[in-house]
Write a protein that binds this ligand. Structure first.
Ligand code: F6R
Length: 255
């Protein structure tokens, strides 16, 4: 089922796998179109459970001949402090799910660092913003949504004007990560994240949500008031958003 408005497409798929295939096809088409225009493409990438299946599909495409040699990527966020070789780091996630499996050039994969000392963070964040601008800007940004409505690590209450910065993680976000870290006490209290204003500059946004647990927050984000208390609601103001959800998410969503 597809619901389309001026700036938004909402797509429901019968399964998570189908949703992931759709997103992977969209990315492959973008790479092809940019290639025909004689330029590379710039992707904004997310981590977490939601996009894992998309990376699987993209790796499969690579094995069947798709090249990623002209793709530049910027990841949304990283825990801080966090050693990049730690199994829970988003750096590790990206290498194991995607970068190590395709032909991307490592110098074109931008990730936020988890081990920089506090005094360097501001400079690192503004260099990240500059690198996005120098790349020509993000063509397509992949996003998941937190159960509290966060996008990247932009938690409820974050200004819509925010730029890449060090932020405190919401308790809900830390609780949701507790199992991965073997207990809440091991989950970092902070993260470095692309800002909301940074995300909103992407030319196109694909927001993915799966399962019942994301239904109500997704519904609120798309149909409730646009408010900094629900960061994902800012996407109502973006000119080109595609929402991709599976049947389980949609079932609760439409009630
Ligand atoms: C990850 C990120 C987060 C996740 C969100 C949903 O890079 O930016 O905002 O997208 O927490 O996480 P999952 O997909 O694990 O439910």
């Amino acid at each position: 089922m597809t619901i389309e408005t001026k700036n938004r497409k909402v797509l429901e798929f019968g399964s998570y796998q189908q949703a992931c295939e759709y997103v992977a096809d969209t990315i492959a088409n973008l790479i092809r179109n940019r290639h025909q225009e004689g330029r590379g493409c710039v992707l904004g990438l997310a981590t977490g459970a939601t996009p894992a299946g998309v990376y699987k599909c993209l790796v499969k495409k690579h094995r069947e001949g798709q090249t990623f040699a002209h793709v530049t990527s910027f990841n949304l966020d990283e825990y801080w402090p966090m050693n990049m070789i730690n199994p829970q780091s988003f750096n590790t996630y990206m290498r194991s799910h995607f970068f190590d499996e395709v032909d991307m050039k490592i110098q074109n994969t931008y990730l936020l660092p988890g081990m920089e000392p506090l005094e360097n963070i501001q400079q690192i964040c503004s260099a990240y913003e500059d690198a996005i601008e120098t790349s020509g800007g993000i063509d397509t940004q992949l996003l998941g949504i937190g159960r509290n409505g966060h996008i990247a690590f932009n938690e409820p209450g974050t200004s819509f004007q925010s730029r890449t910065e060090l932020v405190d993680l919401h308790e809900q976000t830390r609780k949701d990560a507790a199992a991965t870290f073997g207990g809440l006490e091991n989950v970092p209290r902070q993260g470095i994240t692309m800002g909301i204003a940074t995300i909103m500059q992407a030319r196109k946004i694909i927001l993915m949500a799966n399962g019942k647990a994301k239904s109500s927050v997704l519904y609120q984000a798309l149909h409730g008031p646009v408010t900094e208390e629900l960061p994902a609601s800012v996407l109502q103001l973006h000119p080109d958003v595609t929402v991709v959800m599976d049947k389980e998410c949609a079932a609760g969503f439409l009630k």
